[in-house]
Design a protein around this ligand. Structure first.
Ligand SMILES: *Cc1c(COP(=O)(O)O)cnc(C)c1O
Length: 308
């Protein structure tokens, strides 16, 4: 396991009151604390960056470039990873500067990243242009893919799956939010498709096809994906009633703070799976906490909660 950016393994913690709240037995539910991945405010992207940044360093990169939504946790963590290994970072973000003033963007600035607002242009077109400019200026750009998701990045979640095998040998289900898909792909490659329940958050179209393609390259024949698409609601980043309930359930039963964009939807998907009998009492279940707390402070819910 690489230790370039953080220390491993992350803790696996019991959540007995949350388990009962959603219809499981107290012993059934455990939280994999991948929000506690040290670097730059933490989150799942650090595991992928362990691999993609190592590859960029091998390639002699001087500046990392990546792309994302305005409140991208991945972009923030790429900026932190760059600093951790002595490089610069350029973040190509969707939309324009005027629309955001907090959350991850505040941390991007604190980390001293250069932000390039892509407006309505495709992110990878703008990123390629930035890479050309850097090359012309004598630098060597290292392009980190959207969400950190590639075969190389997904290996970070093969690492996480190996930790889980040791920490919870009797696990039956692992539940995880799906954005760009690399996290689920790495888990499926190591644990098999039957073990992993992905909950789509609407970050991209057809995540199932992308995850299948990644898994085929990591470990062919891993089986048919379990992917729920019913928690997206009106779209990426929009807080549904079920996700709001999940956010409150985790906070009020365990003092566990989830985020509105990813992990609250993952818990909402887990809750729905229990209600339907797809996950049953007595089955050891791990919910992966993939981080995202800075995004909560960049989301409309932060001001709404403060005003209650
Ligand atoms: C990016 C992200 C995810 C989704 O991970 P992918 O590998 O992109 O599917 C889940 N939770 C949080 C907090 C994230 O930032």
């Amino acid at each position: 396991m690489k230790q370039l950016l953080s220390s491993w393994p992350t803790p696996l913690e019991p959540a007995p009151r949350l388990a009962e709240r959603i219809g499981l037995r107290p012993d059934d539910l455990w939280i994999k604390r991948d929000d506690l991945t040290g670097l730059g405010g933490g989150g799942n992207k650090v595991r992928k960056l362990e691999h993609t940044v190592a590859a960029a360093l091998d390639d002699g990169a001087t500046t990392l470039i990546t792309t994302g939504a305005a409140q991208s946790n991945h972009a923030r963590l790429t900026a932190a990873a760059a600093r951790r290994v002595g490089l610069d970072a350029v973040l190509v973000l969707r939309g324009d500067h005027a629309a955001v003033s907090s959350g991850n963007v505040s941390l991007d600035r604190l980390l001293g990243a250069r932000l390039v607002w892509a407006g309505d242009e495709p992110l990878d077109v703008v990123a390629a242009r930035v890479a050309d400019e850097l090359t012309a200026a004598g630098q060597r750009p290292g392009l980190i893919p959207f969400g950190g998701t590639s075969v190389v990045g997904a290996r970070g979640y093969v690492d996480c799956a190996l930790e889980l095998r040791e920490q919870a040998p009797d696990l039956v289900h692992v539940v995880v939010a799906v954005g760009s898909g690399g996290t689920m792909a790495g888990l499926v490659a190591e644990l098999g498709a039957h073990t992993v329940l992905g909950v789509d958050t609407g970050a991209m179209t057809d995540p199932g096809a992308r995850i299948t393609e990644l898994v085929e390259q990591l470990r062919p024949g891993s089986g048919e994906l379990r992917l729920r698409t019913d928690q997206v609601g009106p779209g990426y980043g929009v807080l549904t009633a079920a996700a709001r309930t999940a956010l409150e359930d985790a906070a009020r039963t365990e003092g566990l703070v989830l985020d509105p964009v990813y992990t609250a939807k993952a818990l909402a998907g887990l809750t729905a799976a229990v209600a339907e009998g797809a996950i049953r009492p007595g089955e050891r279940t791990v919910l992966v906490h993939t981080g995202g707390l800075p995004g909560l402070f960049g989301h409309a819910i932060a001001a709404e909660l403060a005003s209650l």
